[in-house]
Design a protein around this ligand. Structure first.
Ligand code: GLU
Length: 310
């Protein structure tokens, strides 16, 4: 495994066009695109690392996997009254479907859906309490108390978040919101701004690769059925309108973020975190996707079968 990912990292650093950093969040626009990191965590506790695996990056939409997990824990199946579970086929911040579908977002991983999930988990609590709960959950599954929010990124998002504010107010106009819109938005911007390394993120995803159990002590984080369903959502909706392409090329449940990270789950085998800040035109990490495509093909981990021949 170490030889495989060393080789992938070397190939990635040689790629000339590394994509463009997310320009619409000023703090993310400053990140040097010439960086690559990959960590592969196995349920045995082993972790393999290549590249700048101790550098913190903004996990952005990858945090939506953890907020969905929390929402399922709090609301159970009722969360599906607030958000659907179908791919959107639209950009991550699109507003068009919302009007046709009366303010119910297609899935929990597009921005509108993630904002609705935050409203659902707030249940009248203050943003600080909700953020503490989200952080506590991520620190617990990553087994790392040092994970924190990058306040500069959160502020940067808040200052430039007109599109997300529009989505939230539009949903609220259908009478769906239970908490003040500005508090929901503030909570959303802050959980998107959690900073992690690929080492931490790969560990944090292990419960999804391990039937919902925390590998080191086999403690049940969520039921195996719930883990299976979160993985299904990641496969179908984790890369916005690039989800079909990601399934085609990589074949693993995955969730990307505009910070350039991707968390991919090979059920029963591994949790993989990859980071490279340059994005493709849809907003998914360019090198991250390429690296995962190579890894899936070399390991045969695609959920759809092996990759021999063309
Ligand atoms: N915080 C970002 C936004 O709301 C998340 C987008 C993403 O990572 O896809 O625009």
């Amino acid at each position: 495994m170490q030889a495989i990912i060393d080789d992938i990292a070397e190939q990635m650093m040689a790629v000339e066009d590394k994509g463009g950093v997310a320009g619409y969040i000023p703090q993310l626009a400053k990140v040097n695109p010439n960086q690559f990191a990959m960590s592969v965590a196995l349920p045995t506790g082993e972790i393999f690392n290549a590249g700048c695996v101790d550098t913190h990056f903004s996990i952005q939409s990858i945090s939506k996997v953890f907020t969905l997990t929390i929402a399922l824990g709090k609301l159970g199946e009722n969360i599906w009254h607030r958000v659907g579970r179908e791919p959107s086929g639209d950009p991550f911040n699109s507003i068009v479907q919302l009007e046709h579908e009366l303010g119910k977002p297609r899935n929990p991983f597009i921005n509108a859906g993630a904002i609705a999930v935050v409203d659902a988990i707030m249940q009248g609590h203050q943003p600080k309490e909700v953020l503490a709960e989200i952080l506590q959950f991520i620190r617990y599954v990553a087994d790392d108390e040092s994970i924190a929010i990058d306040e500069k990124v959160a502020r940067s998002e808040q200052e430039t978040g007109s599109r997300n504010a529009s989505l939230a107010h539009f949903m609220a106009s259908f009478g769906h919101f239970e908490n003040p819109v500005d508090e929901v938005l503030g909570t959303y911007f802050h959980h998107c701004s959690i900073a992690m390394t690929t080492k931490q993120l790969a560990r944090a995803g292990l419960f999804l690769a391990n039937d919902g159990r925390y590998p080191s002590n086999n403690y049940k984080v969520i039921s195996s059925q719930r883990a299976k369903r979160i993985n299904a959502m990641m496969l179908m909706c984790g890369h916005y309108d690039g989800s079909g392409e990601f399934a085609f090329r990589v074949g693993l449940p995955g969730k990307s973020g505009v910070g350039g990270g991707i968390l991919a789950i090979a059920p029963g085998k591994a949790s993989i975190a990859v980071w490279s800040p340059g994005l493709d035109t849809i907003g998914n990490s360019k090198l991250g996707t390429m690296a995962l495509e190579l890894l899936a093909s070399k390991t045969g981990w695609s959920v759809f079968g092996k990759s021999e021949g063309a």
